[in-house]
Design a protein around this ligand. Structure first.
Ligand SMILES: [Zn+2]
Length: 97
């Protein structure tokens, strides 16, 4: 089996070394409520707009998947703040194993 590369730091992960796989699925959700007051839709016009957009872009509007390989250190960093939210005064230390 060939070595792999950490998607975040590019560290070489040799066969047999611990690695982590991160799969992120982003998909459109619907709460079941249509707010009719805020929408005045011209169905014909909207359909024409949709027809002009490439199919792969339309698909990305409703579903997108990412797949990464992480080394142990990058897994810890990722799991500490997966959405990359502001940490205010907190900073990550370099001594994460
Ligand atoms: Zn890494």
């Amino acid at each position: 089996m060939a070595s792999r590369i950490c998607s975040r730091c590019s560290k070489v992960i040799n066969p047999g070394d611990l690695l982590y796989r991160v799969t992120i699925k982003v998909f459109a959700d619907f709460d079941g409520i249509i707010n009719i007051k805020s929408y005045t839709i011209d169905v014909e016009k909207e359909f024409e707009k949709v027809k002009s957009v490439p199919e792969d872009l339309l698909e990305e509007e409703v579903y997108k998947e990412f797949d990464y390989i992480l080394c142990p250190r990058c897994k810890e960093v990722y799991c500490a703040n997966p959405l990359h939210l502001p940490l205010d005064d907190l900073t990550l230390t370099e001594d994460v194993p």
